[in-house]
Design a binder for this molecule. Structure first.
Ligand code: SAM
Length: 212
């Protein structure tokens, strides 16, 4: 998702108390920022924030950090937060390639990837968020029993993601090619913007949950 450049978005982000502007300073200390001992869950590529804010409302005893690369998209999430103000959500504008500079070893309990960009060219495979290169970064920041949860309607990307697990040393806990047809895995499901759009167009949604 890359919205047209919106004039003023950088200034709004710079002034927003919902955005962490110096995230590297909190490496290993995110509990201090939130002021509690709740687990830390991260969404990478959160888009306009519908999923992470829905999760935060449902789980007030979890701290959520949403990461988004583009200011024009993050701006939409900030605007939503101005309406609901959830104490357990913070945003960072950054490229997820720098994850390990921002989160300490074993600091996160869960990582969510939702409808990640497919990067269809082979030479861009390492930019895909479920690639083995990214799995290596997740391995560093996730606690021992940590999980990655990935949803997409892109079957080719999902097949690629499944193929990355073994070489990267990860294990499948759950897998479905039709999340919305799976009553058990749908329990507690919070839809993302893309999920709403694609599932209402009739596309099946794939999901995995992995651990190592
Ligand atoms: N997760 C949302 C959803 O399901 O509705 C948005 C999906 S959109 C296709 C993917 C989002 O991930 C975009 O907003 C894009 O800017 C962001 N993104 C892609 N690569 C990223 C990266 N390396 N670091 C941070 N954000 C990234």
């Amino acid at each position: 998702m890359r919205l047209k450049n919106i004039p003023g978005s950088r200034e709004v982000i710079a002034d927003s108390c919902f955005v962490i502007h110096d995230p590297e300073e909190y490496r290993g200390k995110w509990k201090n920022l939130f002021g509690n001992d709740y687990p830390l869950h991260i969404e990478i590529g959160m888009g306009k924030g519908k999923f992470i804010m829905g999760m935060a409302e449902l789980h007030p005893d979890v701290n959520y950090v949403g990461i988004e690369k583009y200011s024009s998209v993050l701006l939409r999430a900030i605007q939503k937060m101005e309406e609901v103000e959830l104490p357990n959500v913070k945003f960072i504008r950054m490229d997820a390639e720098d994850l390990t500079k921002v989160f300490g070893r074993g600091e996160a309990g869960r990582i969510y990837l939702n409808f990640s960009d497919p990067w269809p060219k082979d030479r861009h495979a390492k930019r895909r968020l479920p690639s083995r290169q990214f799995l290596g970064r997740y391995d560093e920041i996730l606690e021992k029993d940590g999980r990655v949860e990935f949803k997409t309607d892109n079957r080719k990307l999902f097949e690629f993601a499944l193929g990355e697990l073994e070489p990267a040393g990860w294990r499948l806990e759950e897998k479905t090619f039709d999340l919305h047809g799976d009553e058990r895995l749908m329990q507690g499901n919070v839809m993302t913007e893309y999920e709403e759009r694609f599932s209402s167009a009739g596309n099946p949604i794939c999901k995995y949950i992995i651990s190592r």
